[in-house]
Design a protein around this ligand. Structure first.
Ligand SMILES: [Zn+2]
Ligand SMILES: [Zn+2]
Length: 259
C-alpha cells in the first residue's frame, strides 16, 4: 500500500468514526463556529505563554519580531472583544442559519487524499483573494477604515490573542467567507473543517509576533507564504501586505513590503 492509499484509508477511518458517533454534533450549525473559536483559543495559548515567560526564555524570545511584550490586560481586552463579537454578532448569525439550513449532508465516503488537499488549497487561495480585496478597500476608504477596521490596528506590535481583536463586521465577513467558500468547490465536511482550522492557524501565526524557524512561511518554499514577518509589517506600516496568507497578490498588485 503506498502513501496516498494509506492517507485515503486514514481519512475514511476518521470519517467513519465522526459519522457513526458524532453526527448530531457536527451537523449542528454551531459546530463550525465552535471549531474556529476553539482553534483560536488552542493555537493562541502557546504563543501567549511564550509572551508571558518573555525574556526568561531566550531560546524563543530571540525570535520575537518587535521587542515589546503584551501585558495580561492587553490579552484580556482581546479575549473580551472576541467573546463579545461571538455573543452579539456570530450567535445571532448561527441562530438564523439554524432555521434556514438545519442539517448538512453527511456522505458515506470520505474525500480522497487528493480531493482533500486540492479542496483545502483551493479554499485558502480563494479566501486569500477575498480578504485581500476586503482589506485593501477597508484601508483605502477612510470611512471604512475608521469605522470598521481601525480597531484591529490598535496594536502596532501584534500578539496571538490580537488575531480576533476585530470589529463585529470584520469577523462576520471572515466567517461568511470561511463557511461559503468550501461550498463553491463542493467540499466534503472533513475538507471544510481542515480549511477552517488551517486558516485559523495561519491567522494566529500571522499575529503571533514570532518569526519562528518552523513557521509555515519558512516551511513553504519560495516565500509563497507571508506569515508573521509580513503581517507584522502590515501592523507597523498599514498600507502594505494586505493578503492574509500568501504573498502573490501583494507582489502582483505592488503592495508588498519585505523590509
Ligand atoms: Zn492583523
Ligand atoms: Zn489592516
Amino acid at each position: 500500500m503506498d502513501f496516498i492509499d494509506r492517507c485515503n484509508t486514514a481519512l475514511q477511518v476518521l470519517w467513519d468514526y465522526v459519522r457513526l458517533h458524532h453526527t448530531a454534533t457536527v451537523t449542528s450549525p454551531a459546530f463550525p463556529v465552535l471549531l474556529a473559536f476553539s482553534g483560536y483559543l488552542l493555537f493562541s495559548t502557546p504563543f501567549a505563554l511564550m509572551d508571558l515567560i518573555g525574556e526568561r526564555l531566550p531560546l524563543l524570545s530571540k525570535y520575537k519580531i518587535q521587542k515589546n511584550q503584551p501585558s495580561l490586560q492587553m490579552m484580556g481586552q482581546c479575549l473580551r472583544q472576541a467573546v463579545y463579537n461571538h455573543l452579539f454578532y456570530v450567535l445571532p448569525g448561527v441562530t438564523i442559519n439554524w432555521f434556514w439550513d438545519p442539517s448538512a449532508p453527511m456522505p458515506v465516503r470520505a474525500p480522497t487524499f487528493t480531493q482533500f488537499l486540492t479542496g483545502v488549497l483551493s479554499c485558502l487561495l480563494v479566501f486569500d483573494f477575498q480578504y485581500y480585496c476586503w482589506h485593501l478597500l477597508h484601508h483605502k476608504s477612510r470611512w471604512l477604515y475608521k469605522n470598521l477596521h481601525a480597531i484591529h490596528h490598535e496594536y502596532v506590535a501584534p500578539f496571538s490573542w490580537a488575531t480576533q481583536y476585530l470589529g463585529g463586521w470584520e469577523l462576520l465577513t471572515v466567517g461568511f467567507w470561511s463557511s461559503t467558500t468550501p461550498l463553491l468547490f463542493k467540499c466534503h465536511p472533513l475538507t471544510t473543517w481542515a480549511f477552517m482550522l488551517l486558516s485559523v492557524w495561519m491567522s494566529v501565526e500571522d499575529h503571533a509576533g514570532y518569526n519562528l524557524p518552523w513557521g509555515l512561511h519558512k516551511i513553504i518554499p519560495w516565500g509563497l507564504c507571508g506569515g508573521a514577518p509580513a503581517h507584522d509589517l502590515h501592523h507597523q506600516n498599514p498600507n502594505t501586505n494586505f493578503a492574509p496568507f500568501f504573498t502573490h497578490l501583494d507582489r502582483v498588485f505592488g503592495t508588498s513590503n519585505k523590509d
